[in-house]
Ligand binder design. Sequence first.
Ligand code: NI
Length: 173
Amino acid sequence: MSIRPILIHPDPRLKKVAAPIEGLTDQLKKLAEDMLETMYDAPGIGLAAPQIGVSQRLIVMDCVKDEDAAPEPMIMFNPEVIWESEARGVYDEGCLSIPDQYAEVERPAEVAVKWMDIEGAEREVKMDALWATCVQHEIDHLDGILFIDHLKPMKRQMITRKMQKLKREMARS
Ligand code: NI
C-alpha cells in the first residue's frame, strides 16, 4: 500500500465528473487500499478518487470517530444515492482537499446508497447522521462538486482565496 498525494482546491481535476467503473481489476483494488491508507494517514473520514487525481467513481470512508472503537473501512465502487429523506441535517463539513476550512452544509439527514463492493457484489444500505453526510459529500466529489459549492458565493470565494494563498505558499517551500 502507499499514501497518495491529495489534490488541493482549486484544481481542475476536482471539478470533473468521474467515469463509472466497468469492472473490478487488481489495479482498482490496489487503488482502493491506497485511498484508505491515504485517508487514515491524513487523517480523514472519507476520500474520493478524484482527490488523488483519478477520475473514476470510487470512494472510501470510515466515520467511526471513537478511537477505541473498531474501524469500519468502506470501499464503494460506483456509489449512488437511491433514496433520500425529506428531513434535513446540518453538519460542519470539511474536506481533505480544502484543509482547515469548515462550514455548515445542509443535506438530507438519511440516504439509501447502492454500490459495488471490493468483491464485485452489489450492496445497499441506509445511512444516517455523520455517515449520511459523509457519503453524500464523497459522491459529490465524483460529480466535481465540493462542499463549498453548497455555500453562498461570498463564503465560497473567501475559502477559495485562502486555498490559492496556501497553494502559493506550498509551492514556495
Ligand atoms: Ni471532500
